[in-house]
Design a protein around this ligand. Structure first.
Ligand SMILES: Cc1cc2nc3c(=O)[nH]c(=O)nc-3n(C[C@H](O)[C@H](O)[C@H](O)COP(=O)(O)OP(=O)(O)OC[C@H]3O[C@@H](n4cnc5c(N)ncnc54)[C@H](O)[C@@H]3O)c2cc1C
Length: 426
């Protein structure tokens, strides 16, 4: 139990830039499931709000804690309990750093595919609670697709298990999926059984530059193969990365047909790209992937990035890119965009002056137009970062009043005294 104010301060915020102000009551660093249960039993009977925390890398304000709240830190519950090559599963505690699941699985020729860019700094519990995505989602899906079963401590301290370690299973409602993406509002995930898959036999990498970002988006939407990675970067972001003022598209294919598929991708892109590059070895592939990895650090050199996370149907990706750039021009707030293009998941980024405290009104104004655009194009407010605090007031617009209410009722069922992450997500 941490009560020292200076140490508590380190557990108060996430990476969203949102500051709820005030000082949490304290931090519980759980080292066992029994301690999580005891914490929730007490908090529930004393009506103390609990903010569950993995590594605090969230970008939606969901792990921030305010006055009177208790932080329940799970980073010390970090054992990999089992890797089973025969069942192709990993059984892990929630505080395991995501990349460590892979490092353990790879020794058996297996991998856990969801790969958020934060995989070296975020926890599997946080990834599950936000349904994190990553570059490989184009082919391999999001975190939800890889979670077979969960152990969850409910608001009253009771422990339940959902799902199992089999691929199939349709007994009862799918509570496992319900907990995935629940942002710490329905229960505390204390264990997870994750699906593993064989490491692909081969990977091929193609990159292309386009004079026109809409052409790049269009090419991304019409690729001739089911690529593992399809990442698009707009010219504004490319200028920040390396001074290039063209759009950049990165495509990776994998599996037994990786190279034949990459040939087809290369040919398709050549019709509209100004340049198409094919990595000849892993060093070149690394260099091309490195351009994408540079996107966020490059914007961080300019100022403080406010990272948005909308998603649109893939068929509307080109239109979304055009309209985002127009929002930037019309509001006078420059918008830098990169996208997990195959998923239609765009990260429009507003870069705020480093010395500005909080989020300025004009940035909010531009962000609101970005959210409205997502909904107008038949998309969603968040693709992978979650609602947290930052998007909460827009949730009803996307869900519709009745559906929003159903979700609130569901939340009340799991947490009748509203102690789990109140003021977040719904
Ligand atoms: C540089 C950078 C890159 C990023 N890239 C990506 C990306 O590519 N894709 C992506 O999806 N996200 C990305 N993120 C966002 C962030 O890393 C993810 O949202 C991640 O899943 C959060 O994990 P965490 O352990 O830090 O969780 P936290 O930030 O601590 O918590 C996030 C939410 O999960 C809840 N929670 C945490 N653990 C549990 C648990 N055990 N049980 C119940 N609820 C829990 C919290 O209450 C909170 O609501 C990035 C962030 C950064 C800083």
């Amino acid at each position: 139990v941490i009560t020292d104010p200076d140490t508590i301060a380190a557990f108060r915020l996430d990476r969203s830039g949102w500051d709820p102000g005030g000082q949490p009551l304290g931090v519980i660093q759980a080292e066992s499931v029994a301690q999580v249960q005891e914490t929730l039993r007490q908090a529930n009977s004393d009506r103390i709000p609990v903010v569950v925390r993995g590594a605090g890398t969230g970008l939606a304000g969901a792990a921030t804690a305010a006055d009177g709240e208790l932080v329940l830190d799970l980073s010390k519950l970090n054992r990999i309990r089992e890797i089973s090559p025969l069942d192709a599963v990993a059984v892990v505690e929630p505080g395991v750093i995501t990349a460590n699941v892979n490092r353990a699985a790879v020794q058996y020729g297996l991998r856990y595919a969801p790969d958020p860019a934060s995989l070296e700094i975020s926890t599997i519990g946080g990834n599950i609670a936000t349904n994190a995505g990553g570059l490989l989602c184009a082919k391999y899906g999001v975190t939800r697709d890889w979670v077979l079963g969960l152990d969850v401590v409910l608001a009253d301290g009771e422990l339940i298990s959902t799902g199992g370690r089999t691929r199939k299973g349709v007994t009862g409602y799918d509570l496992t999926s319900l907990f995935v993406g629940s942002e710490g509002t329905l229960g505390v995930i204390v264990g997870a059984t994750l699906r593993l898959e064989p490491v692909p036999a081969a990977t091929a990498t193609v990159a292309a530059y386009f004079a026109d970002v809409e052409q790049a988006a269009d090419a991304a939407a019409r690729l001739p193969a089911l690529a593992a990675v399809v990442e698009l970067i707009d010219p504004a972001t490319m200028r920040a990365i390396d001074g290039t003022s063209e759009a950049f598209l990165l495509v990776q294919t994998d599996g037994g047909a990786a190279h034949a598929e990459a040939d087809a991708v290369q040919e398709a892109l050549s019709s509209t790209a100004t340049r198409v590059l094919r990595a000849r070895d892993s060093g070149e592939a690394e260099r091309l992937v490195g351009i994408r990895r540079q996107a966020l650090p490059a914007l961080e050199r300019i100022g403080r990035p406010l990272i948005e996370d909308i998603v649109v149907p893939r068929s509307r990706l080109a239109e979304a890119m055009r309209r985002l750039s127009r929002i930037g021009t019309e509001t006078g707030v420059p918008i830098f965009t990169f996208a997990h293009a195959a998923d239609g998941n765009l990260h429009p980024i507003i870069v705020i002056d480093r010395n500005t405290v909080g989020i300025p009104d004009e940035a909010w104004h531009a962000a609101e137009q970005v959210f409205a655009l997502a909904l107008e194009l038949g998309g969603r407010l968040t693709g992978e970062h979650g609602v947290g605090v930052l998007k909460r007031r827009f949730v009803g617009t996307e869900l519709g009043a009745r559906s929003h209410r159903v979700q609130q009722q569901l939340r009340e069922l799991f947490d009748p005294h509203a102690i789990l992450n109140p003021g977040k997500a719904l």
